[in-house]
Ligand binder design. Sequence first.
Ligand code: DOR
Length: 448
Amino acid sequence: MAKLLIYGGHIIDPVQGMDTIGDLLVKDDKIAAIGAAAVKKDTAGADIILDASGLTVCPGFIDLHCHLRQPGFEDAETIATGTLAAARGGFTTVCCMPNTQPPLDTKATVDYVRQVADSEGYVRVLPVGCITKGRKGVELVEMDELTKAGVIAFSDDGEPVASPRIMRLAMEYIRRLGLPVIDHCEDKDLSHDGVMNEGWVSARLGLKGIPAAAEEITVARDISLAALTGSRLHIAHVSTRGSVELIRHAKKKGIPITTEVTPHHLLLTEERVMGTDPDDHLSFYDTSAKVNPPLRTRDDISALIRGIKDGTIDAIATDHAPHTLVDKLCEFNIAAFGISGLETAFGCLMSLVHREEIDLTTLISLLTWRPAKVVGTRYGELGTLKPGCPADVTIFDPNREWVVDSRTFASKGKNTPFEGQLLRGKVMATISRGKIVYCDEVLKVRTK
Ligand code: DOR
């Protein structure tokens, strides 16, 4: 039996109401004991001892929304590189979106992802299956079969189901399976060829805009359909004030809805498309800030923060969307949408804590037990350090400073709008299913 002792850390586990200095003992792939006294007697027996003094120890982060690109786009990311990026970012579970090639619309493709994740993945990979075959919005996938193959939700991410009739049908099936429908809410007819938020910046740059209404129309439609069918609905990467208000209202009415927000929508505004210095015209049309949904306005950000504070927003998800250099180093209009986000998420989010916009326990909740509720318990009770639960642990230094350098990313996707930024807050070690999958070199680790 392999034993790992993490001692002297500041343990925060919101599920257990724990916020204390103490130790954590892991045996094989499970949490064995937690707290001050419980672990001390085991010190002599541990195979690996990790000194966490001065560091925070919390449940492993769960990312409800990322793109691992395999199968089909291995030049942009693989399950191996994407899950190593996850480990470096403190994530012990990632839910991967089905917009691969082929898409995850059959048992065979879901089996393939799980097989590769088991043999090459650094952290737990939970696949999200397509709603419709080929993500074409016409014919439903074999939902029973995909559920048996292990998907934790259904989504046509990036190509939202346009027909309300097909979406209704999908929700009726999925309700019986107890899983959530995850929707990337975008009325494609309205967003049309838009490439950034519709507003003064898009006007100034001469770029076609995507209005907030393109998202909100679909959020409103989906809420009505969830009310009609009783299906669980999870709204992906919410980005506008109007969406937050719709979701808040739906929750009050008891509609089974949850939602997530990304770090970039919490931290960056549409101005970022003009580069980091709005007076430097040469940096305009920065494709690293091209993402869908687009970066919005300061007003939207304050609504998102309020949504976090009052519990309307359930989770923070990265929407990690790695792309090749070729797909980003081109004209803004033809560049791919997406930000490589797994490795910068935590450092970026800590700036909200340091600025006292949200507190640390809230941040940890949004990264752990609250997304775990969306995933369900099929893969064990995730998002907590309770004894007997899977040993998924993240250890971080809330004050350690570091500079984002995409050349050091494990991810193949170097597309980050945070390049060169000084961040305060760094993941120091990640333990997935009892194994240390990432450890910063400054951490003191002793082995028997
Ligand atoms: O920015 C995005 N990138 N938004 C999406 O909806 C898809 C994603 C991707 O797959 O690159």
